[in-house]
Write a protein that binds this ligand. Structure first.
Ligand code: 0WD
Length: 256
């Protein structure tokens, strides 16, 4: 069965082949979805175009969107409405913090660094949900990407852990807002994966080897596993689930 046949899904946050959003794109494509991509940078747009060509995937639409700007979000979803019409899902796979805020003491985080991390990594989901719901006239599903640093202190993750806590709480409040419209909002909490963003977190490679040693499944997580879990949330299989955070981390979070 093709779980997403005839569904229009917006994917935000493919920077390159390693991006979690790219693993998700492949899963959704296999499930028959029509994909709409948003990119912030010209560089990401070029990389994505090459990736799509290489994997023989045709995007329904590619639009520019910088979630730091309300105007850019408005414009992106306006263009999607004009060219595609109804959408059934959004994948939010976006986060940012200054590199100097991802090491050392959390109390050294500057006011600006704190606000920036929360703006791009948490508020963006709120703004995107507001814009996307208008196009979800047949109901829909919104899925974001979070990390265990929201629940526990992970060394160096610092301000991003606090932003992810805000993101997860936002998932719950948004789920309540849009539930009556038949729209669900959920998060996947992935184990560490080597991506461009992960490189910004000091000592990231050590976390990865701890997963391989301590997690019940004794192996690290990859983009395809996150892709399939995200597919579950976007499909009807999860129709009874909203406001949830699903750990796709080889079970690491249950270990004391
Ligand atoms: O271990 C990991 N890699 C984990 C990542 C574990 C658990 C969760 N996550 C989360 C991240 O926190 C993030 O929310 O998954 C999401 C995706 O992360 P990723 O796949 O690791 O990161 P990456 O491949 O670097 O993509 C991040 C993208 C940016 O790439 P570019 O080069 O275009 O800046 O986030 C997007 C962007 O595509 N992004 C923005 N998009 C729109 N507007 C913005 C922005 N202002 N800032 C960053």
């Amino acid at each position: 069965v093709k779980l997403l046949e005839g569904k229009n899904i917006v994917i935000m946050g493919v920077a390159n082949e390693r991006s979690i959003a790219w693993g998700i794109a492949k899963s959704l494509h296999r499930a028959g979805a029509q994909l709409i991509f948003t990119n912030r940078q010209e560089r990401s747009y070029k990389k994505l175009s090459k990736l799509l060509e290489k994997h023989n995937i045709k995007a329904k639409l590619m639009v520019n969107c910088d979630v730091a700007s309300d105007e850019s979000i408005q414009q992106a979803f306006g263009q999607i409405k004009e060219e595609v019409g109804v959408i059934h899902g959004v994948v939010h796979s976006i986060a940012f913090a200054n590199r100097e805020d991802l090491k050392g003491a959390f109390y050294d985080t500057t006011r600006d660094g704190f606000l920036l991390a929360h703006d791009i990594s948490a508020y963006s989901l709120v703004a995107v949900t507001k814009a996307a719901r208008e196009l979800m006239t047949e109901g829909g599903s919104i899925v974001t990407q979070t990390y265990l640093g929201s629940e526990r202190v992970m060394r160096n993750y610092n301000v991003m852990g606090v932003a992810k806590a805000a993101l997860e709480a936002s998932v719950r409040y948004l789920a309540e807002d849009v539930g009556k419209e038949g729209i669900r909002v959920n998060a996947v909490s992935s184990g560490p994966i080597r991506t461009l963003s992960a490189k910004g977190v000091s000592g990231f490679n050590d976390i990865n080897s701890i997963i391989e040693e301590k997690a019940p499944l004794r192996r690290s997580v990859d983009q395809d596993q996150v892709g399939d879990a995200t597919l579950f949330f976007l499909s009807d299989l999860s129709r009874g689930v909203t406001g949830e955070v699903l750990h796709v981390d080889s079970g690491y979070h249950i270990i004391g």
